[in-house]
Design a binder for this molecule. Structure first.
Ligand code: F6R
Ligand code: MG
Ligand code: MG
Length: 373
C-alpha cells in the first residue's frame, strides 16, 4: 500500500523565552488536527522538541498535498491564538505569511514528507532538532549511509551493499531548488566535500541504489532565504526508514553519540554540540545546547504504533553528560574563534553595524611613520 508520512513543524510560541510550548498550545494543535483531520488522515502524532511543535501525519494523498498542508497551517494558527492569549514569547514566529496559499513550503514551517510503498512492517524514525539548522543532519546521514565503521550492514547485508544515492541541495540558491545527485560509495569524497559545509549544502534525501526506494528525507528550508533576513534557525525535522534495505535502527542512531558541533545555540549564532534528548524536551543552557529527539514508529496500513523514545535509554545519559561537558568547554572561549559563527551566518546585525562604524575609523599608516599615536 502507498502511504505518505508528512511532518510539518513550526515554532508558534513558547514559555519563558524560546524554551518549550505550553500544554494549552499543544492541546490546541492536537485538537485541531484530530477534529479537522478525521476525513484526511489515517493517523497522526503531535510532539514538541524545544520550542518547535511537530505534526506527524499519515495519509494516502501524496507529498505536497494542499489539504494536508492547510490542516497543519490552520493547526499552527490555532496554536498561535493560544500563544497570544497566554503571552507566550514569539507567538506565531514561524508563520511568515498572512494567508495560506496551497503549500506551507516557503511560508515558514519546515516540511519533511515521504510517499512510500509501505512494507508489511514499516519501522521508521522521526528526528526533530531545535536551535540548529538542516546541515546538522549532514554528518549523521553521511555516517549512516556511507561509512562501514558506523554501518556494518554496508558489508554484512548484500541488500544494502549496493550503496545509496544522495540528493544534496545548495540552500543558498533562492531562485529554485538547486540540487546534485551523488552515488555512494563511488563518489563518497565528493559527498563529504559538499557535506562539510552544512550552512550551504544540505542532504535533501537519500535513496537505495539496489531498489530505488526513499530511505531518508530532511526538511531543507532556510528561513532567512524565505524572509530575506535571518528569522531564526530552521530547527529541521528528518524521517529515516530502517531495517531490511535501510540501515538498522541502531546504525541510524549511532552517529548521534558524537555530539558533533553544529550551527545554533544562543541567538542562533554559535557552534555547539548536538545533544540527543528525550521526546518533548525543552531547552536550557545557553539557549541550547542544540538538541535532537528521535521518535521510533512502526506503521501498518498507515496506522502508527509508537512512538518509542529512542534516546530514552541509560546509554544516552552517558552521552548527554559528555556533550554537556563539551558544550561548557566550547563556551569557555565565549565570542572567540570557532565558538561563534562566521559573519555571514550570524542571526543578528549588531556585529555588522559595529564593524561598519569602525571601518570608517581605520586609517592606513604612512610608511616610515612611528607606531605610537
Ligand atoms: C536561538 C534562539 C535564542 C534567541 C535568544 C534571544 O535560535 O531562539 O537563542 O535568539 O533567546 O532572543 P530574542 O532576540 O528574541 O530576545
Ligand atoms: Mg522560538
Ligand atoms: Mg526552535
Amino acid at each position: 500500500m502507498k502511504v505518505t508520512v508528512s511532518v510539518i513543524k513550526a515554532d508558534v510560541g513558547s514559555i519563558g523565552g524560546h524554551i518549550a510550548p505550553s500544554a494549552r498550545l499543544l492541546e490546541a494543535v492536537k485538537k485541531h488536527v484530530a477534529e479537522r483531520g478525521k476525513s484526511l488522515l489515517i493517523d497522526c502524532n503531535v510532539s514538541h522538541t524545544g520550542d518547535d511543535v511537530a505534526i506527524l501525519m499519515t495519509h494516502t494523498r501524496g507529498e505536497g498535498d494542499s489539504q494536508i498542508h492547510k490542516l497543519a497551517w490552520d493547526a499552527f494558527v490555532a496554536g498561535t491564538e493560544v500563544a497570544k492569549s497566554e503571552g507566550l514569547y514569539g507567538a506565531g514566529q514561524d508563520l511568515l505569511k498572512d494567508a495560506f496559499s496551497g503549500n506551507v513550503r516557503g511560508m515558514g514551517p519546515a516540511v519533511s514528507e515521504m510517499e512510500i510503498d509501505e512494507r508489511p512492517n514499516e519501522p521508521f524514525l522521526f528526528f526533530a532538532a531545535d536551535k540548529t539548522d538542516p546541515g546538522a543532519y549532514n554528518l549523521p546521514l553521511y555516517l549512516m549511509f556511507t561509512d562501514v565503521m558506523n554501518t556494518p550492514g554496508l558489508i554484512l547485508s548484500p541488500k544494502i551493499g549496493k550503496g545509496y544515492r544522495f540528493v544534496i541541495m545548495d540552500v543558498n540558491y533562492t531562485e529554485g531548488d538547486r540540487i546534485i545527485e551523488l552515488n555512494a560509495p563511488e563518489q563518497v569524497y565528493d559527498i563529504a566535500m559538499l557535506l562539510r559545509d552544512g550552512e550551504r549544502f544540505v542532504v535533501e534525501s537519500v535513496w537505495t541504489r539496489a531498489t530505488n526506494e526513499l530511505a531518508a528525507v530532511v526538511a531543507t528550508s532556510r528561513l532567512h532565504n524565505i524572509a530575506g533576513k535571518y528569522t531564526g534557525k530552521d530547527d529541521p525535522v528528518m524521517l529515516v526508514r530502517t531495517q531490511m534495505n535501510f540501515p538498522a535502527t541502531g546504525e541510524a542512531l549511532a552517529p548521534f553519540q558524537i555530539g558533533h558541533f553544529v550551527a545554533g545555540g544562543m541567538r542562533g549564532s554559535h557552534n555547539m554540540p548536538l545533544m540527543p534528548v528525550r521526546l518533548n524536551s525543552g531547552i536550557s543552557y545557553f539557549d541550547g545546547p542544540p538538541v535532537v529527539s528521535c521518535a521510533a514508529f512502526s506503521m501498518h496500513e498507515g496506522r502508527l504504533t509508537g512512538p518509542l523514545d529512542a534516546f530514552d535509554h541509560p546509554f544516552w545519559d552517558t552521552v548527554r553528560a559528555r556533550i554537556a561537558e563539551k558544550s561548557m568547554d566550547m563556551r569557555k572561549q565565549g565570542f572567540f574563534g570557532a565558538a561563534m559563527l562566521p559573519m555571514a551566518e550570524l542571526e543578528y546585525t549588531g556585529i555588522m553595524e559595529r564593524l561598519e562604524v569602525l571601518e570608517k575609523k581605520f586609517s592606513v599608516r604612512a610608511e616610515g611613520k612611528k607606531k605610537a599615536a
